[in-house]
Write a protein that binds this ligand. Structure first.
Ligand code: SF4
Length: 386
């Protein structure tokens, strides 16, 4: 990054910070957009055209909306906030092609997103907040706490930007990156409705997964929305005692309450729950843990996803041995529990959620910013509006 670029970035950032006080037009649904433009004297078809540009053609600015008149586009640019991301870094795994992105938001905050290619299609894991206040002990995203929640548009922008960069359709979306989605509930729901809207990318609700550390009232509320999405509960331990050691949220809601809520979610939506279970060596990977997990899973319609925990340098957790992971899985299978081991994608890049952002924040505090952006990156640094 040269000095001129830094100045330019500063100017762009200042403009965008001012813009944040304006109405965020990309977060409006079609009806809201129609009402908003009608209040400016515009006909309904204008709203349809603009919605199509934003959510179908993935326009990066009003400027690209070429079938709208120039004066109208200029008026919109003056009146509304149009969120866009800046790609700051991209790392690509040499092992499986997984790409991890570090995006800059309009106010200079950073989020991470991951693109993974599977046989059944491309999947993107997005962030829902800048940082997180949930304090899970095995997670790098929470170390500096919560900065702010993302707007629906900023969650969409991650998918839109990745679609443009890769040139490939995204078919699955997982809200499992930085942040606790249920701690940003209203924006999450708006995001899902926009993402799955037939006038936008029209991703099937069944291909959307939302994870939670277990905020019971929000899980119940989500059940009542009757969306066809998958709910993934980060369980990670089978007793309240153990769970409290890993996840502070366990001091608030017991495993019994969580299981009742999972049952409620299934009753309301008919959707099978996923239990996420990160295996931490010597902490939650014993035969006794497996027996307790079976007892929790058996009465529910659920699927258990075992995750070999990603070591992070700020924490002292280690991954379970491969043989232990397999033995744990076998035990569940023998008891007819539906179980998989999550394939470790992008192991050769900064795998664990929040690590790339933390690394960049740490590097940004170095004296030489140019040094900061290049050091340790698997791919050349980039500065690109996407
Ligand atoms: S695991 Fe999820 S909920 Fe827990 S601290 Fe990390 S981002 Fe937050």
């Amino acid at each position: 990054m040269d000095f001129t670029m830094q100045n330019l970035d500063g100017q762009i950032q200042n403009k965008n910070v001012q813009d944040r006080d304006k109405l965020d037009i990309k977060s409006l649904n079609l009806q809201e957009l129609t009402e908003e433009l009608a209040a400016q004297g515009e006909k309904a078809f204008r709203a349809k055209q603009m919605y199509e540009w934003m959510h179908g053609k993935l326009a990066r600015s009003f400027d690209e909306m070429t079938n709208l008149s120039k004066p109208f586009r200029e008026q919109c640019a003056e009146r509304y906030q149009y969120t866009a991301l800046r790609m700051l870094r991209m790392q690509e795994s040499k092992l499986d092609g997984t790409r991890k992105f570090l995006f800059g938001l309009s106010d200079g905050n950073l989020v991470e997103s991951v693109w993974m290619r599977y046989k059944h299609g491309n999947s993107v894991c997005i962030s829902s907040q800048v940082g997180c206040r949930m304090g899970c002990r095995f997670c790098a995203s929470t170390i500096d706490g919560l900065e702010r929640s993302l707007a629906p548009s900023e969650m969409l922008d991650q998918i839109y930007a990745i679609t443009r960069i890769t040139g490939e359709r995204v078919s699955n979306v997982v809200v499992m990156g930085i942040g606790e989605p249920m701690d940003n509930y209203e924006n999450l729901i708006k995001f899902i409705r926009l993402l799955t809207d037939e006038n936008g990318l029209h991703i099937s609700q069944r291909n959307v997964t939302v994870s939670t550390c277990g905020i019971v009232p929000r899980m119940r509320q989500l059940a009542e929305e009757k969306l066809q999405i998958t709910l993934a509960l980060s369980l990670h331990a089978t007793t309240d005692e153990k769970r409290k050691r890993l996840m502070p949220i366990a001091n608030r809601y017991s495993i019994r309450e969580l299981m009742e809520t999972c049952r409620y979610y299934f009753d309301c939506t008919g959707r099978r729950i996923t239990f996420e279970y990160s295996l931490v060596g010597g902490v939650n990977d014993t035969d006794e843990d497996a027996r307790e997990l079976i007892a929790l899973a058996e009465p529910l319609c659920c699927h258990v996803n075992l995750i070999p925990v990603n070591p992070i340098k700020e924490r002292d957790f280690v991954q379970s041995e491969a043989a232990r992971i397999q033995a744990f899985k076998n035990k569940l299978e023998r008891n007819k529990i539906n179980v998989t081991i999550r394939r470790e994608m992008g192991r050769d890049i900064d795998g664990a959620c929040g690590q790339l952002r933390r690394k960049n924040l740490a590097e940004a505090s170095l004296e030489d910013p140019a040094q900061a952006v290049t050091e340790g990156s698997a791919a050349p640094p980039v500065q690109e509006d996407v």
